[in-house]
Design a protein around this ligand. Structure first.
Ligand SMILES: Cc1cc2nc3c(=O)[nH]c(=O)nc-3n(C[C@H](O)[C@H](O)[C@H](O)COP(=O)(O)O)c2cc1C
Length: 385
């Protein structure tokens, strides 16, 4: 079998092991997928500054994100349906993140529940909240995350309505999945995925079923999710969410400096510059292109993180140079899960860590906390050094 040297290798392996409809679900963006593609390709428009004959011993990738120690400035983004890439995917990814010493963020739309992940890990993880119309459910979700010991609440602001993803519609993928003969054929051709899935009891949205009013089975869940994302969500909602939660809050989905200023006014601890991995507003700028203006606008008032299109340690380093205090990956760990389960997520971490460390050294730096725009030759056509 071909060696796994980079994230693209994990992606190839995952594609051959995960049923098409679930692989496509991960590997899709909205409409033309232009923002999804730009998220990845825009990193090539940032050119690093090579430095030589600098002492490269005793390097360190350690830093903090929202005051919490991390062994490198990288967290796992919340992704829905993670447990459909591989059985118990959320638990496996959380365990791999815990072992390497970085945060795992559990999605509201996860297959494994908050309690499932808490029971199978030893350290606190982060919880991502979608603000639903049913505020009693949302309040209870916050309380459950608190009871499970979650150490940050990530509130997603960029999904009040769902961006259309053509691949999901073409595959007939619904939430929760309804299996047609075409799907059964796709599943049947992925025996290792099936075997792992046959051994778990976690196959539906366990944060929701049995917790939301009137949702006790798959068909009631389908109707509930279709109408629950709250189109009235506003900045005022952050106040009651913060009060109910009482811990660190990270606002996710900021792509515009004006919104970043509003986020600062809420008193949140951090923002994530993000376009939902190119799954919402197709035609919006890539996250990495949006980052510098946001750092310039609010970087001295709030911690700025970024996700979207990060596929290598070089990408992480470029984001840090442009002022991000932390970065996240979504699809790369889904590919890891689909390729090799927990070992694949661990492999992804190793790959990104080694690439980040080597790149940092070749830029003549020894600590990630020292990286800045001074380490860039140019960005988006503008000569910096
Ligand atoms: C399959 C998939 C499911 C996602 N589900 C969620 C979700 O439930 N909540 C959320 O806030 N973001 C969700 N996102 C967005 C990610 O948190 C993150 O912003 C994005 O994946 C980062 O881009 P990357 O995949 O290129 O690393 C999802 C992304 C993907 C690819």
């Amino acid at each position: 079998m071909a060696p796994i040297l980079e994230v693209a290798d994990l992606k190839k392996r995952a594609q051959s092991r995960v049923p098409k409809m679930f692989f496509d679900y991960a590997d899709s963006g909205s409409w033309t997928e232009s923002t999804y593609q730009a998220n990845e390709s825009d990193f090539s428009q940032i050119i690093l500054r090579q430095r030589v004959a600098v002492d490269m011993t005793n390097r360190s990738l350690a830093t903090t994100m929202i005051g919490q120690d991390v062994t490198m400035p990288l967290a796992l983004s919340p992704v829905g349906f993670c447990g459909m890439q591989w059985a118990d995917g959320e638990i496996l990814a959380a365990q791999a993140a815990e072992e390497i010493g970085v945060p795992f963020t559990l999605s509201t739309m996860s297959i494994c529940s908050i309690e499932d992940v808490a029971e199978n890990t030893n350290k606190p993880f982060w919880f991502q909240l979608y603000v639903m119309r049913d505020k009693e459910f949302v309040g209870n979700l916050i309380d459950r995350a608190k009871a499970a010991g979650c150490s940050a609440l990530v509130v997603t602001l960029d999904l009040q309505i769902l961006g259309q993803r053509h691949k999901d519609l073409r595959n007939g993928l619904s939430a929760p999945p309804k299996f047609t003969p075409k799907h059964m054929w796709q599943i049947g051709t992925c025996p290792s995925w099936c075997m792992a899935m046959a051994k778990t009891k976690r196959r539906t949205f366990r944060n929701i079923v049995g917790h939301a009013k009137g949702v006790s089975n798959l068909s009631s869940l389908s109707a509930w999710t279709a109408e629950q994302f709250d189109p009235t969500l506003s900045w005022n909602d952050i106040e009651w969410i913060k009060e109910r939660w009482g811990g660190p809050v990270i606002l996710k989905g900021i792509l515009d400096p004006e919104d970043a200023r509003k986020a600062v006014d809420t008193g949140a601890d951090a923002i994530i510059v993000s376009n939902h991995g190119g799954r919402q507003l197709d035609g919006a700028p890539s996250s990495i292109r949006g980052l510098p203006a946001i750092v310039d606008a609010v970087g001295d008032q709030i911690e700025v993180h970024v996700d979207g299109g990060i596929r290598s340690g070089q990408d992480i380093l470029k984001a840090l140079c442009l002022g991000a205090k932390g970065t996240y990956v979504g699809r790369p760990y889904l590919y890891g899960l689909g390729a090799q389960g927990k070992a694949g997520v661990a492999r992804m971490f190793e790959i990104l860590r080694t690439e980040l460390d080597t790149t940092m050294a070749l830029c003549g730096e020894r600590r990630v906390t020292d990286l800045s725009r001074a380490n860039l030759f140019s960005a988006f056509g503008e000569r910096l050094n």
